[in-house]
Design a binder for this molecule. Structure first.
Ligand SMILES: Cc1cc2nc3c(=O)[nH]c(=O)nc-3n(C[C@H](O)[C@H](O)[C@H](O)COP(=O)(O)OP(=O)(O)OC[C@H]3O[C@@H](n4cnc5c(N)ncnc54)[C@H](O)[C@@H]3O)c2cc1C
Length: 505
């Protein structure tokens, strides 16, 4: 933003702001009034960010007949959604009936699972709305966007969630499921938006929201080719810039796990996801919700990412050489525990396995790959469990005790400690230890919204004409990611809801 414009905006804001502040009842909230003739571009619905939420919002608003403009910071559309597998959760669809044994699953059960996994921190109304909307989005993506659903699977269990709430709900479309195939969904949905008149400007970073004297969001200031662009949005601005993934400062303040990952792990989401929409919302008084967690998993082993793939014989120990979590509980659940133990005991956790593990059909390790990893310094090995304990610096007696316990549970066919469901088989030496390192698929938490995807301010009031969708919005996922397919379904749901609501203004 140029200095001259900042000053001009400030002066206008100062003059008009008094009335605006009074109108909103928010002493001190920034209110920036703009004159209509000074806009560079005008549209009805302005979408900020062209990831999964952005293209869904654009398609819905364009289908509703609104003029739609999408501004995207990167040089291509898709954001993190491009990198994703594009899989999406929904309950009770015709595809679930066709491809799985779950013939009477319902959105109610789906919502109940998400609410329980939310551990009291989610907005139950939002979660219920998402679960109820999901089956319709699966149909919309097929009928309107042309995706072909070809299979389903389920996520791994969550220790305190009842078995009857679990089902195979993760929908996979043709060509989807692998890293990078989320682009198929993005391109298909954007094609619908474009065919209905939506326009896109790439390499355009939105910097600031503008409001009129009544607090209604009227547009944005963006930067394009080093120049300032002032864009008017007659019907609303929809923030779709994801969470605070690559913003170290916001992560430090809002999300210890994301902050830890930014410093110690690989954060795989789009580098342009720096929490801009959340910062811009907060700047005009928006509340936030759902911060704290993130989507962590083990990229090396893919442990507990799918209920179709059992976890191989192995267990995870902390600095005390003791187990602390059910290893085949859904990945972000057990990785949250890994994060907590790592910081609580100030040292890494390890996955322990043995030579016997190589013969398990589900294992990702082979003797050759293990040998190569040992040589590369990525894996520890020793003939005895005590010698392995010494290598990784945990109490040998504890690790020996833990191994003996594990082998007793394996012999009995029941894990009395943590209820492990798969891979409960004897582990014999030589032994191996792999230091757990999270791969991070994005941060959770965003602006507080209602079921219309309207952004709510810190006093509980709607900020008129401001919407947030996808991971830019918070409160609809709890303190850890409950399972694959939640996020992308959330981009479609909140994107479409925001697009419809804005277009209707
Ligand atoms: C490898 C990987 C695999 C995954 N697989 C799955 C999966 O299969 N299923 C699932 O549910 N979830 C999956 N996830 C998580 C999921 O992909 C994301 O949570 C979700 O796609 C985020 O969507 P979004 O629309 O909120 O954000 P994004 O898709 O990240 O879109 C945000 C966009 O906003 C743009 N932007 C940012 N700031 C600005 C600004 N100031 N001005 C303009 N534009 C801006 C960004 O450039 C970006 O294009 C995966 C994640 C990763 C990394």
């Amino acid at each position: 933003m140029s200095k001259s414009f900042s000053r001009r905006t400030f002066l206008k804001g100062a003059a008009a702001g008094v009335a605006g502040v009074a109108a909103m009842g928010l002493a001190g909230a920034p209110v920036l009034a703009e004159e209509a003739e000074s806009w560079d571009l005008e549209t009805d619905v302005l979408v900020v960010g062209a990831g999964g939420a952005g293209v869904s919002a654009a398609a819905e608003a364009a289908l509703a007949g609104a003029r739609v403009l999408v501004l995207e910071k990167a040089g291509l559309i898709g954001g993190t959604t491009n990198f994703s597998g594009g899989v999406m959760q929904a309950a009770g669809t015709k595809y679930q009936k066709e491809f799985t044994k779950y013939q009477d699953d319902t959105p109610e059960k789906h919502a109940a699972l998400w609410i329980k996994a939310g551990e009291g921190t989610v907005d139950e109304e939002l979660v219920t709305d998402l679960a109820n909307g999901a089956p319709g989005h699966i149909d919309w993506l097929a009928d309107t966007c042309g995706l072909k659903w070809t299979s389903l699977y389920g996520h791994c269990h969550i220790p305190y969630v009842e078995e009857e709430l679990m089902a195979d709900r993760i929908h996979v479309y043709e060509g989807g499921g692998g890293i990078g195939s989320g682009g198929i969904f993005v391109r298909a949905t954007w094609a619908v938006a474009e065919a209905n008149g939506a326009e896109l400007q790439l390499n355009t970073e939105v910097k600031k929201l503008l409001q009129d004297a009544d607090g209604v969001v009227t547009g944005v200031i963006a930067e394009q080719d080093g120049k300032e662009l002032r864009v008017k949005a007659e019907k609303g601005v929809i923030l779709c810039t994801a969470s605070i993934d690559h913003n170290l400062d916001m992560a430090k303040r809002l999300s210890p796990q994301q902050y830890y990952d930014l410093n110690n792990s690989t954060v795989m989401s789009a580098a342009t996801d720096t929490g801009d929409g959340i910062r811009m919302g907060m700047e005009i008084g928006a509340d936030v919700s759902g911060f704290g967690g993130c989507i962590d998993f083990c990229a090396k082993t893919g442990a507990a990412t799918s209920n179709q793939i059992p976890l191989f014989p192995s267990f995870i120990v902390n600095q005390q050489g003791l187990r602390f979590v059910c290893e085949d509980a859904t990945y972000a659940y057990h990785y949250r525990a890994i994060f907590q133990q790592t910081v609580a005991l100030d040292g890494p956790t390890y996955m322990i396995f043995g030579n016997s593990t190589f013969s398990d059909p589900a294992t990702v390790w082979t003797e050759e790959s293990a040998k190569a990893d040992v040589e590369a310094g990525a894996l520890y090995t020793a003939e005895t469990i005590e010698a392995l304990a010494e290598q990784i610096g945990v109490p040998a007696a504890n690790l020996k005790l833990q191994l003996d316990l594990w082998n007793q549970y394996a012999a009995a066919g029941e894990d009395a400690q943590f209820g492990r469901k798969t891979g409960l088989a004897e582990i014999t030496g030589p032994f191996y230890a792999y230091k757990n390192v999270a791969a991070n698929l994005g941060s959770l938490g965003g602006l507080k919204i209602n079921v219309n995807a309207e952004v709510i301010d810190v006093n509980g009031n709607v900020i008129p004409h401001l919407y947030a969708a996808g991971l830019n919005a918070g409160g609809w996922i709890g303190p850890y990611y409950p399972g694959s397919g939640t996020a992308v379904m959330g981009t479609v749901h909140w994107g479409r809801k925001a697009g419809a609501a804005a277009a209707a203004n």
